[in-house]
Design a protein around this ligand. Structure first.
Ligand SMILES: *[C@@H]1O[C@H](CO)[C@@H](O)[C@H](O)[C@H]1NC(C)=O
Ligand SMILES: *[C@@H]1O[C@H](CO)[C@@H](O)[C@H](O)[C@H]1NC(C)=O
Ligand SMILES: *[C@@H]1O[C@H](CO)[C@@H](O)[C@H](O)[C@H]1NC(C)=O
Ligand SMILES: *[C@@H]1O[C@H](CO)[C@@H](O)[C@H](O)[C@H]1NC(C)=O
Ligand SMILES: *[C@@H]1O[C@H](CO)[C@@H](O)[C@H](O)[C@H]1NC(C)=O
Length: 432
């Protein structure tokens, strides 16, 4: 078990640097707190001097062992050491959070049985060909929407013109009723972390254990294949596991077959690691349109984005731009202050974008954001997203889902009405 874990200890700097480079190569506009930073523009990143070097508010609370703000580096690696995972589980281990889940698989997945890391998996494998057949046989009509160009809104004049009819979130923030973007109950925060597991995930899990917190982890297949025991620990300690694709692409740039490969392999690897198959996913960068939505529906996956109350107020901390050098920790905490302020103004609860991929993003979460949230008045009810939707964790997985009260996307298609409504909104009213 330990030797399997060696790569996780030796490779993270390399892998995460590559991951960060991949992110930032495609991410340019991150300059203002109020901008939706997952809307990608062209142009160069603002100099870090454009960002504040002090907070515009007083910290109500912080973790006594927090890394000082002045030591959370912009654009360079941190030097803090990682901690070991608290628990390694044996095959067959069971848990109380999802009582009807089977025990953990007897062995961790062998990397040789999965695609290469950090690229869209080939579409000609036996597995992907089968998933393509499954999608074709699902009864879901996949709208004939062209793939978008790399470069998002600024490089997609035609698709931007069609963004409303195709409900392309990236350029305009369009969502369908089938997307989860908020928690229904005021002051409930469906907590989530994206892009892990990373070498810093155990630091976050340690803080969760200390504070009795749990969250939804939107995991990347390529990261999970490096650190499967971390995923098991997340799962066994009551966190919700969800899909965040194999290689973190803009999904609307991918063909139908590539979208299926990205989602299918991540679903399979999660099932092979924890024994159950997630039914929720988050599109990287929020990049979803009606084509990608329909494919995910056909694969029994429900999209979750983060709360967006207007074109300029998105619940995105922009934490991931600290290591990329395009924002700093003071700006991120100012963003968080805006989110908390906005949370008291809206009628619903909320979902925030944060990451467990980088040391800085975990340091800012455990040192500042989570302690502030725990001290917030009125008190936030902080849970995994599935629980803020008033459902048990078991409904987050295909095998343990209570089909009587929570209809899975494919069940909905076969049942008819809700999905047909979605199709009407999505302009494809014909349905075979
Ligand atoms: C898939 O395509 C690649 C590149 O064309 C090829 O090298 C590989 O052998 C193919 N795999 C299968 C299973 O057909
Ligand atoms: C814009 O799209 C074209 C066509 O797909 C592509 O070749 C080009 O690299 C894209 N530009 C950027 C900046 O992504
Ligand atoms: C935009 O919509 C029009 C009308 O439906 C269609 O003909 C065109 O191909 C679409 N273009 C893109 C890039 O989606
Ligand atoms: C959200 O916060 C911003 C910054 O404090 C503020 O300008 C805006 O009015 C708030 N919006 C709502 C709906 O509370
Ligand atoms: C719900 O239905 C799925 C098939 O769609 C099945 O695999 C699963 O076992 C069912 N859930 C329960 C709790 O029976």
């Amino acid at each position: 078990m330990k030797s399997r874990f060696l790569p996780a200890v030796l490779l993270p700097a390399l892998v995460d640097a590559r991951d960060a480079a991949a992110h930032y190569a495609r991410q340019a506009t991150t300059s203002a707190a109020a901008t939706n930073t997952e809307v990608i523009g062209s142009g160069t990143a603002a100099a870090s001097s454009a960002f504040p070097t002090t907070l515009t508010f007083s910290l109500a609370s912080e973790n006594p062992t927090a890394i000082p703000l002045s030591e959370i580096n912009t654009g360079t690696a941190q030097t803090q050491s990682t901690i070991a995972l608290s628990t390694y589980y044996a095959g067959g281990a069971t848990q109380t959070y999802v009582p009807n889940a089977p025990g953990l698989p007897s062995a961790l997945p062998a990397p040789s049985n999965y695609p290469a890391l950090d690229v869209t998996p080939p579409t000609n494998s036996t597995e992907v060909q089968q998933w393509i057949q499954d999608v074709m046989n699902s009864g879901v009509d996949i709208p004939d929407i062209p793939v978008t160009n790399p470069g998002a809104c600024s490089n997609n004049t035609a698709a931007v013109a069609n963004a409303t009819q195709n409900c392309w979130w990236t350029c305009g923030g369009c969502t369908r009723d089938t997307d989860i973007t908020t928690c229904p109950t005021k002051d409930s925060w469906g907590v989530s972390y994206d892009d892990g597991p990373s070498p810093y995930t155990p630091n976050l899990l340690q803080y969760f254990a200390q504070q009795d917190l749990r969250a939804t982890f939107f995991t990347i297949g390529s990261r999970l294949l490096e650190r499967p025991a971390m995923l098991q620990d997340e799962f066994m300690t009551g966190n919700q596991i969800a899909v965040h694709t194999w290689s973190h692409p803009y999904m609307t740039t991918k063909t139908n077959e590539e979208v299926i490969a990205e989602l299918g392999w991540t679903k399979k690897l999660i099932k092979d690691t924890i024994g159950v198959t997630p039914v929720y996913w988050r599109p990287p960068y929020g990049d979803i349109d009606d084509r990608v939505r329909a494919i995910s529906t056909a694969m029994n996956l429900i999209p979750i984005i983060w709360t967006r109350i207007s074109a300029t107020q998105t619940f995105d901390t922009n934490d991931w731009s600290i290591p990329g050098g395009t924002t700093n920790v003071y700006q991120v905490l100012d963003n968080w202050e805006m989110i908390m302020g906005n949370s008291t103004q809206i009628d619903t609860g909320f979902i925030v974008l944060e990451h467990d991929l980088f040391e800085q993003t975990v340091d800012v979460a455990t040192g500042y954001i989570l302690p502030q949230a725990l001290a917030h008045q009125p008190k936030y009810n902080m849970t995994p997203i599935i629980e803020c939707l008033d459902m048990p964790l078991a409904n987050g997985y295909l095998e343990t889902n209570d089909n009587a009260s929570h209809t899975l996307p494919l069940g909905t298609v076969r049942g008819g009405d809700p999905y047909r409504l979605f199709l009407v909104c999505g302009r494809r009213v014909e349905h075979g």
